[in-house]
Ligand binder design. Structure first.
Ligand code: ZN
Length: 219
């Protein structure tokens, strides 16, 4: 097998990050490391860091950099990661986190191959996300255009009336996109100045996006 893949994925909600992480995991065996999932697992296991993080999350505050970094650092040092590589998602979120990540990976002798920035026009994301319908009873999801239920407004699985979440309304989505760009701009700038930022046009099929990501890391 070739070398382990070590990537950071950056992209707004609805850009297809989850799909790409899944393809990279299935085909290149890189370990998906989502900060959200790692937080949840530390909290479930009741570790000291998990309990600390939980405190902040319950108060509706951001988990401080040092707690986040300590959790991610521990996960990055596990064997599956050194053997198979990683796909980071949701981390680093700040320049301080990005600098710490560099320090950790330097120590491990395991530098990032590339930071993939998935880019689409806002309106494409709005079209993808708006129109998402959820069943309040069984949790099934549909989409007005891409995956409509057989009977308009009714869940195929359980017959309940479908709902659109407030978050999935076009204006709410546009606001989230602006917020995302403002928050990630410093981290994007940091990796651009390091010369490892790879912007990828994500307004294409998942296969095309995947091929371009892989081309970018195998040069
Ligand atoms: Zn249902």
């Amino acid at each position: 097998m070739s070398q382990p893949t070590k990537l950071v994925l950056i992209g707004p909600p609805g850009v297809g990050k989850g799909t790409q992480a899944m393809l990279l995991e299935t085909r290149l065996h890189a370990v998906p490391l989502s900060s959200g999932a790692i937080f949840r697992s530390e909290i479930e296991q009741g570790t000291e860091l998990g309990l600390l993080a939980k405190d902040y999350i319950e108060k509706g505050q951001l988990v401080p950099d040092d707690v986040t970094i300590a959790m991610m650092s521990r996960r990055l040092r596990q064997d599956d990661v050194s053997q198979n590589g990683f796909i980071l998602d949701g981390f680093p979120r700040t320049v301080k986190q990005a600098e710490s990540l560099d320090t950790i990976l330097l120590e491990l002798g395991f530098p990032i191959d590339a930071v993939v920035q998935l880019i689409v026009e806002d309106e494409v994301v709005v079209e993808r996300l708006a129109g998402r319908l959820t069943c309040p009873k069984c949790g099934a999801t549909f989409h007005l255009k891409n995956c409509p239920p057989k009977v308009e407004g009714i869940c195929d699985r359980c017959g309940t009336e479908l709902m659109m979440r407030a978050d999935d309304h076009p204006d709410a989505i546009r606001r989230r996109l602006v917020e995302f760009r403002e928050k990630t701009a410093p981290v994007v700038g940091y990796y651009a100045s390091r010369g490892i930022l790879r912007p990828v046009d994500a307004d294409r099929s998942p296969e095309e996006v995947y091929s371009e990501i892989v081309r970018g890391i195998r040069v």
